[in-house]
Ligand binder design. Structure first.
Ligand code: ATP
Ligand code: MG
Ligand code: FE
Length: 344
């Protein structure tokens, strides 16, 4: 089966083609992405109306690019998958609308995919795909969750953030240091030149005994520290960035280890944009190697939003018999949609 995947939940338009054959891991044939980051940067965050309009402009050209790169024709596509939620309503409607219009025009089935399931299964696109079961650390711009994953669609949330997501903690801290939007990557680059022990910052809920997270207080502590520094912030920015990153990463790593201990699992999968963070990867790799636990990541470029993970999640759901693609083109989208809702 040839599956076309379309992602448009936020500020990235992503399109991809995946081939699923028999029971093997589906194979990525091509993917293309257009990030709107430059467009939104001037506003310090995503402007929903601008995002929707840009998705409209990009989605068909990206589809052409992907078909061309894969050496395939639109007529060969068997299923069109799209991100049904969660995300910005107007942005989701573009992908859903285009996917269902293509499905209707080609008389082929369509399938709505959960964006977080896309992130969660994105490590299956890597050259070193995981095997079920595993503990998943999902760390994105809007979500921070630890999950027990026993198979496709078999997700149990073990803990999650009670306020900000890890990506948000990176972005908000970066913003108040004047590092632009989204500042996560910039903050982590700057942190490499700084001293992580320079500032004492809180590790929220580190010893709470459960697997929940909280990052709002950390952001406030960074703000307080920045204000205290005043003019000195300019010369101490790398130190503050390094201290902030160390605090976020320590909590993520320790809670992941706690989830491993509690569940007895021997495998971890990291997914979502923050999974691209080098310190997180280094510390998690070291801690897990010491315990004989395997860690899997998505390819660096597939950590943040993309169409490949949507096509992949659709392919794996179909393979696992978790969902039927159908010719119901009267689409709806789900801006708010907890991952539990699709789990069984
Ligand atoms: P969600 O998937 O929860 O709806 P999202 O799609 O916006 O949110 P992603 O695209 O998965 O989130 O990830 C974007 C986030 O990842 C941003 O917060 C960004 O700052 C962060 N991020 C990306 N690269 C890095 C990095 N190297 N270090 C830290 N954070 C990073
Ligand atoms: Mg994004
Ligand atoms: Fe995402």
């Amino acid at each position: 089966q040839l599956i076309l995947g379309i992602e448009s939940s936020c500020d990235e338009t992503g399109v991809a083609l995946v081939r699923a054959e028999g029971g093997g891991v589906p194979r990525l044939l091509a993917h293309a992405l257009h990030s709107q980051i430059d467009m939104h940067q001037a506003y310090g965050g995503v402007v929903p109306e601008l995002a929707s309009r840009d998705h409209i402009r990009r989605v068909l050209p990206l589809t052409q690019t992907v078909l061309h790169e894969a050496g395939e024709h639109l007529d060969a596509v068997d299923v069109v998958a799209y991100t049904r939620g969660p995300g910005l309503a107007g942005a989701l409607l573009v992908g859903a609308g285009v996917a269902c219009a293509l499905g209707a025009a080609l008389d082929i089935p369509v399938l709505g995919v959960h964006h977080l399931e896309g992130h969660l299964l994105s490590p299956f696109l890597s050259s070193d795909p995981p095997e079920f079961p595993f503990i998943a650390l999902l760390v994105s711009g809007g979500h921070t969750q630890l999950m027990r994953v026993d198979g496709v669609g078999r997700y149990e949330i073990l803990g999650e953030t009670i306020d900000d997501a890890a990506g948000e903690a990176f972005d908000k801290s970066a913003k108040l240091m004047g590092l632009g939007y989204p500042g996560g990557p910039a903050l982590s680059r700057l942190a490499e030149q700084g001293d992580a022990k320079a500032f004492k910052l809180p590790r929220p809920l580190l010893h709470s005994g459960d697997l929940d997270f909280s990052f709002a207080g950390l952001k406030t502590a960074v703000l307080t520290q920045a204000k205290k520094l005043g003019d000195e912030l300019v010369t101490r920015k790398a130190d503050l960035a390094a201290s902030t990153q160390a605090a976020i990463v320590e909590v993520l790593v320790k809670k992941t280890l706690a989830a491993l201990d509690q569940s007895g699992m021997r495998r971890v999968v990291v997914a979502g944009g923050v999974g691209a963070n080098r310190l997180l990867r280094a510390q998690l790799d070291a801690a897990c190697a010491a315990r004989g636990v395997r860690v899997h990541y998505p390819e660096l470029e597939l950590c943040t939003d993309n169409g490949a993970m949507i096509a992949m999640a659709a392919a794996m759901r179909l393979q696992a018999g978790r969902q039927q693609a159908n010719r119901d083109y009267a689409f709806d989208v789900k801006p708010r949609w907890p991952l539990d809702a699709i789990a069984t």
